[in-house]
Design a protein around this ligand. Structure first.
Ligand SMILES: NC(=O)c1ccc[n+]([C@@H]2O[C@H](COP(=O)([O-])OP(=O)(O)OC[C@H]3O[C@@H](n4cnc5c(N)ncnc54)[C@H](OP(=O)(O)O)[C@@H]3O)[C@@H](O)[C@H]2O)c1
Length: 270
């Protein structure tokens, strides 16, 4: 039986994956803020699967909660076979958490940095370890503002989104350097997925998702099929996907340097 950890596993694509792996007989640990959503997830699977499902309540935009969740995972599980990073809360404006950190950078990058680096040993114990990071690949190689990672100046949704996506690609360099057997995938759906789109967004984005979602969006359980295939047969090293299609990794002249610089800046900020 594999142990699959899913951040953002209470809703949307994360919940579809959790349901799939529970039906397939795996052990699944779901991390999210809402116990009620986890209870609804449990109610949607057959009773015999429920003992294999675990829940850790955590607000992953808070570093303290990330540390607590990671400690609990390390205490309860000697081995993690697959780590799927799918927590999402879209904020179009800059927002500062109770810890004084910029919320989108905290949720979409610091949390993932902590999970990937601190769970490295638990993943090393697996035969074919894999991380699926649902950060859409393909952001520009120069999208990281190393001098102002939390964008105190000039925050826009577009800049913040591009920076975290690029940082999540670069995170794969750090992860696979330390564990060459690890498969590290940055993955985005091939097209819009009909999910809750949790977040605080303006009327334009709300209307666009409300109209386009039902018209063009795919169902979460269909969107995650490529992830399921990739997790079942992981290849070591970094890769990038949109849906089932492999994309070239964005590579810049400074990739290794950027990875080291990012790690140093993040460690200094934690
Ligand atoms: N949907 C799309 O079309 C689309 C397109 C491109 C990329 N993606 C990416 O795919 C991934 C999954 O997206 P989705 O649309 O399936 O998401 P979703 O339906 O909005 O679900 C988001 C999940 O994240 C959890 N979450 C939100 N804030 C959290 C926090 N502060 N701490 C812990 N958990 C938190 C939510 O659970 P709780 O409410 O329990 O906290 C929920 O389980 C994301 O990385 C997203 O960026 C999606």
């Amino acid at each position: 039986m594999r142990t699959i950890v899913i951040t953002g596993g209470t809703d949307g694509m994360g919940a579809s994956l959790a349901r799939h792996y529970l039906a397939a007989g795996e052990r699944v640990v779901v991390i999210g803020r809402s116990r009620a959503k986890f209870d609804a997830l449990l109610a949607s699977v057959v009773p015999s699967a429920r003992p294999r499902a675990g829940f850790i309540a955590a607000d992953l935009s808070l570093v303290e909660d990330n540390r607590r969740a990671i400690d609990r995972l390390m205490r309860d599980h000697d081995r993690i076979d697959a780590l799927i990073l799918a927590a999402s809360y879209i904020r179009q404006r800059r927002y500062v958490t109770s810890e004084g950190r910029e919320a989108s950078w905290s949720l979409f990058f610091l949390s993932k940095y902590l999970f990937v680096t601190e769970l490295a040993e638990s993943l090393r114990t697996a035969d074919r370890p894999v991380i699926v990071n649902t950060a859409v690949p393909g952001a520009r190689a120069d999208a990281i503002d190393f001098d102002d990672l939390e964008m105190a100046d000039g925050f826009t949704f577009r800049r913040s989104n591009a920076q975290q996506r690029r940082a999540n690609e670069v995170l794969g360099i750090l992860a696979t350097e330390r564990n060459p057997a690890l498969g590290y995938l940055t993955w985005g759906p091939a097209r819009l997925v009909r999910t809750g789109f949790a977040g605080e967004v303006g009327t334009g984005m709300k209307v666009a998702t409300a109209i386009l979602g039902p018209l063009l969006g795919q169902r979460a359980e269909d969107a995650v099929r490529p992830i399921i295939r990739l997790v079942d047969a992981p290849a070591p090293g970094r890769a990038a996907y949109r849906g089932a299609e492999a994309l070239p990794l964005t590579s810049g002249a400074q990739d290794e340097n950027d990875a080291a610089r990012l790690a140093a800046a993040v460690r200094a900020s934690l």
